[in-house]
Ligand binder design. Structure first.
Ligand code: DX5
Ligand code: ZN
Length: 216
């Protein structure tokens, strides 16, 4: 069964605790936290302080997506704040293997992310070292953008590489996920769907989560 990771980027920040409990009772599997620095992406969001504040509110794994330059500098702070997964962009890491090892040494599950225009070949050598591959299905920076169809074959590509190498990887997609695009991603082999606006802008978060999870 595919996992649903609502992105709190589209939540109401004035009542973030309630917003997280609402998706937890609605059947969410992970909580996705979008960290943006205004350099790697043209937007600024939240940092370790928010991860720390959210940690006691939910039992669900915290899936921290770093869209920042120089992620190494902040890994320890996010680990201490309670992240379960920390994912870094291959495009932002000069020494990706070192960064991934650093995340693991902090007792956190490492993930690698690539933008829509970055080929899967770029991360093939690191697949055996990560627990999660996150394929961006929009250009990172904002919620509510349109799904980029050309990423779908990349999902299947990661899946077959993982199978060839006998790896148990989570394959996550992020951006423009709605019931229609969710189906395409699931069929291609995605195991985790991030959804921001589709879940948080719905009247019933539970119905939205179920539609993503169970839609065939
Ligand atoms: C985009 C973020 C996404 C974003 C997705 O940079 O990484 O996690 O919140 O939002 P939707 O689901 O609205 O496209
Ligand atoms: Zn994200």
């Amino acid at each position: 069964m595919v996992k649903i990771a609502p992105s709190i980027l589209s939540a109401n920040f004035a009542k973030l605790g309630e917003e997280i409990k609402d998706v937890e009772t609605g059947g969410a599997d992970w909580i996705h936290i979008d960290v943006m620095d205004g350099h790697f992406v043209p937007n600024i969001t939240m940092g370790p302080l928010v991860v720390e504040a959210v940690r006691p509110v939910t039992k669900l794994p915290l899936d921290v997506h770093l869209m920042i330059e120089n992620p190494d500098q902040y890994l320890e702070a996010f680990a201490k704040a309670g992240a379960d997964y920390i994912s870094v962009h291959a495009e932002a890491c000069r020494h990706l293997h070192r960064t991934i090892q650093h995340i693991r040494s902090l007792g956190v599950k490492p993930g690698v992310v690539i933008n829509p225009a970055t080929p899967v070949e770029w991360i093939a050598p690191i697949l055996q070292d990560v627990d999660l591959v996150l394929l961006m299905t929009v250009n990172p920076g904002f919620g509510g953008q349109a799904f980029i169809e050309s990423v779908v074959p990349k999902i299947a590509q990661v899946r077959s590489l993982a199978e060839e190498q006998g790896l148990k990887l989570e394959i996550e997609v992020d951006g423009g996920i709605n019931p229609e695009t969710a189906k395409k991603c699931k069929h291609a082999g995605a195991t985790v769907l991030v959804a921001g606006s589709n879940v948080y802008k719905s009247k019933s978060r539970k119905k939205a989560i179920q539609a993503l999870k169970f839609g065939q």
